[in-house]
Design a protein around this ligand. Structure first.
Ligand SMILES: [Zn+2]
Length: 306
């Protein structure tokens, strides 16, 4: 596939990767952009130190985050796979990259040792349903069962509860999303970069090209760690993003870091059971403006890919 060459901004180099299984070599033509328009306005802290707690004023659904910083999140869905996921973890470890894995519950239950390794190496785990159904075709009890079984399997495997979910195929009704958020506390995580690595046949070059072209500050990249071509594309893809100045956060870190403090809502009211503490200098009730509520329904985008 021929790509337009951006004169003077790109250096083209070639990288050779070992193709999975065949023993043949896979050549990926890489394009490395010099820093240009997206110069960070402030210094980005070490992503290892970023908080891993969702802010109270988080949104209900994200396909990307708003930031001028070179901060992104890469996500891997549908695993864990007993062979490919460990291979991917090695690649991430070599590059000190923390990713987010949206796990299918039945796979997490089948390969708990891989789930443990994912968490032990600093990655985030999210809920991707038990058996990857189209949630829009399920009733509320089935949806809850899909997510509950997966939540429990992940906790059982690694001791860490997921904070996020990604609906299979990116498809979820607003009423379902509202109910899931109320039951599990999860925001829905979609994506803005889709290399369509699940398509067959799909070359590692196409995966690389799509991610190279689509990634922006604040992007959430969708990949699948159950496909050999995806894992084969990762060394060149990750090295390209690093060379372009991108830093990798988990999805929760990206949300937390990019949520402006000035949009924080009022603090949560104290539980009614707590005794009231008289103030030395009582103030009249302070008018607090609720932050404008965004219409999440309008942001919901129907996406049709696994
Ligand atoms: Zn999926």
């Amino acid at each position: 596939m021929f790509l337009p060459r951006l004169i003077a901004l790109f250096l083209c180099t070639a990288a050779t990767l070992s193709a999975q299984g065949s023993g043949s070599s896979l050549k990926i033509e890489t394009r490395r952009a010099l820093p240009a328009d997206d110069t960070p306005q402030t210094t980005l802290p070490d992503t290892a130190t970023l908080p891993r707690v969702l802010p109270p004023n988080r949104k209900s659904v994200y396909s990307s985050c708003v930031t001028t910083q070179q901060l992104i999140a890469i996500t891997f869905d549908d695993g864990p796979d007993p062979v490919l996921t460990p291979r991917l973890l090695d690649l991430l470890k070599e590059r000190h990259i923390h990713a987010t894995f949206f796990l299918v519950g039945k796979n997490a239950a089948a390969f708990p040792e891989v789930v443990r390794r994912i968490v032990e190496e600093g990655h985030e785990v999210g809920n991707h349903s038990w058996s990857h159904p189209l949630l829009t075709q399920l009733g509320p009890e089935s949806v809850e069962s899909q997510l509950r079984r997966t939540h429990d399997a992940i906790v059982k495997a690694c001791g860490t509860a997921p904070l996020l979910y990604r609906p299979p195929y990116g498809a979820v009704r607003l009423s379902q999303r509202t109910r899931i958020e109320k039951t599990f506390g999860y925001p829905a995580i979609l994506w803005d970069v889709d290399p369509q690595d699940w398509k067959h046949p799909r070359s590692a070059q196409k995966v690389y090209d799509a991610i190279h072209k689509q990634t922006r500050p604040g992007s959430i990249i969708l990949c699948h760690d159950i496909h050999e071509t995806t894992v084969a594309a990762m060394p060149a893809t990750l090295d390209d993003l690093i060379a372009r100045g991108y830093h990798f956060a988990t999805v929760t870190q990206l949300i937390a870091y990019t949520t402006p403090p000035e949009l924080m809502g009022p603090p949560a009211p104290a539980p009614a059971s707590l005794p009231s503490i008289p103030l030395a200098d009582p103030q009249p009730s302070q008018a607090r403006n609720d932050p404008a509520k965004t219409d999440e329904a309008k942001r919901e985008k129907p996406v049709q890919s696994p």
